[in-house]
Write a protein that binds this ligand. Structure first.
Ligand code: PLP
Length: 460
């Protein structure tokens, strides 16, 4: 049987009720939350697309794995299984669990960065940028120009601009570039994939200048799926083979396992073969995360993570997963709602700059649309734009982001196609009254990662 969309390769055994508040209640709740969606209680949200991080549904195998957690302080069975599984999938000699992706960044980045140094990335994720800056260094983004036009179709909009990369290295001096970071998929550019050939070329440039290449690997499996479907020569390769080749181009990786490894908490550091670096990573892990054989996680979490790594690279699962994005994108196409196209791996990124052209970047169009989605239907999403990017660390001025997105991140194995229809219908309703939507101004903000806790008010 061939149908247009690919149905779930699983059935549902356990359900969690969700409720929808009235429109008046939602207006009250968002006001109480200072117009910041991170302050909302989850029970006041109907469809929660705030993040795909740690929000996935574990499988029966993962839940069964939770029951065989070995909670010994040192040398647990689950740690050994996790290390073996990850060594096998990524081909790296040293694997260090940590409690989530930013913990991996906190452990690794200060080893290779410091004041006066630069990190160059296809695009830094927000916590990665924060840890680069906390280490005293500066973060430079170097994505291909086609990523910046949401309407240009290009199969690998997450790619590094390798011409510009060379120029930046020459301009700043290779000795001042502490690391090149390849984020796969490129989250901030819209969950856009990086091609194998771009990874290879970036790795060659890094090699030439003797700069380590770090893979920010949160969505490595989705990236591999795109390579299989879009890149010449990979159609007949398995996801496993593609992943192994992808990682062969890096020297180390940091990973939030809350994404493609489908666990609610967890992270990994991988080091290909540099023993000295591994020694430093171990020492810092022990101070910040816990002993090396648990890294801030329980034994049961390590087991669920080992199983999730395997499930996350199953082809049928990935086809369904990316299929959900494609379904939502097709509905938006019918209604002429602009988004980063072609749709990426974990989310649909609505182009709020185009949908709300009357709102300037310093009044945060991506955020304004996110607030509207909640008011209209209890849908929670977030800004990936100027509100998120924050202020210049040197001048304190608001940075104008290259994008003004409202991100609809889809949790893994959680929502059905009917939920996605509610999202599409809501966006269509908002588009009809787009002119009347106002921007926001910040009335309080912290210095770093301000979007999580800033307080706002409508401009009008
Ligand atoms: C989520 C994410 C991180 C940070 O991981 P956490 O588990 O949220 O701490 C880093 N990089 C990328 C690309 C991510 O998507």
């Amino acid at each position: 049987m061939k149908s247009k969309y690919y149905a779930e390769p699983f059935r549902i055994k356990m359900v969690e009720p969700i409720k929808i508040l009235t429109a008046e209640e939602r207006l009250e709740k968002i006001k109480e939350a200072h117009y910041n969606l991170f302050y909302l209680d989850s029970e006041d949200v109907y469809i929660d697309l705030l993040s795909d991080s740690g929000t996935g549904a574990m499988s029966t195998a993962q839940w069964a794995g939770m029951m065989v957690g070995d909670e010994a302080y040192s040398g647990s069975r689950n740690y050994k299984r996790l290390v073996r599984t990850a060594q096998d999938i990524f081909g790296y000699k040293y694997i260090q669990p940590v409690h989530q992706g930013r913990a991996a960044e906190k452990v690794v980045l200060p080893i290779i960065l410091g004041p006066g140094k630069y990190a160059i990335s296809n695009m830094h994720f927000d916590t990665t940028r924060a840890h680069v800056e906390i280490a005293g260094a500066r973060a430079i983004d170097c994505v291909v120009p086609e990523a910046l036009d949401t309407e240009v179709y290009s199969p690998f909009k997450g790619n590094m601009d390798t011409v510009k990369l060379r120029q930046l290295i020459e301009e700043y001096g290779p000795e001042n570039i502490g690391v090149i970071i390849m984020t796969i998929t490129n989250n901030s550019a819209g969950g856009q994939p990086v091609s194998m050939s771009n990874l290879r070329e970036t790795s060659e440039i890094a090699e030439e200048y003797n700069i380590p290449l770090l893979i920010d690997a949160a969505r490595f499996a989705e990236n591999a799926y795109f390579i299989k479907n879009r890149e010449e020569g990979y159609q007949d390769k398995s996801i496993r083979e593609i992943v192994l080749e992808m990682f062969s181009y890096g020297k180390m990786f940091t990973m939030s396992s809350k994404k493609d490894a489908i666990v609610n908490i967890g992270g990994l550091i991988g080091i290909k073969d540099d023993e000295k670096l591994y020694e430093e990573v171990k020492a810092r892990t022990i101070s910040f995360e816990g002993f090396i054989s648990y890294g801030g996680l329980a034994g049961r979490d390590l087991e669920a993570l080992a199983i999730g790594l395997e499930e996350g690279i199953e082809y049928d699962y990935l086809k369904y997963r990316i299929g959900q994005m494609e379904y939502l994108a097709a509905r938006l196409d019918e209604a002429n709602i602009p988004y980063q196209a072609p749709v990426g791996g974990h989310a649909v990124f609505i182009d709020a700059k185009k949908l709300l052209p009357h709102i300037p970047y310093y009044e945060f169009p991506g955020h304004a649309l996110a607030v509207e989605l909640y008011k209209e239907a209890g849908i929670r999403s977030c800004d990936i734009g100027s509100f998120m990017i924050g202020n210049d660390p040197d001048t304190g001025e608001q940075i104008q982001s290259q994008f003004e997105f409202t991100r609809l991140a889809i949790p893994r194995r959680v929502y059905t196609q009917s939920h996605l229809d509610v999202v599409a219908d809501t966006l269509i309703a908002i588009k009809e009254r787009a002119d009347s939507i106002s921007g926001y101004r910040i009335i309080w903000e912290p210095k770093i990662l301000r979007h999580f806790t800033a307080k706002l008010e409508p401009v009008k």
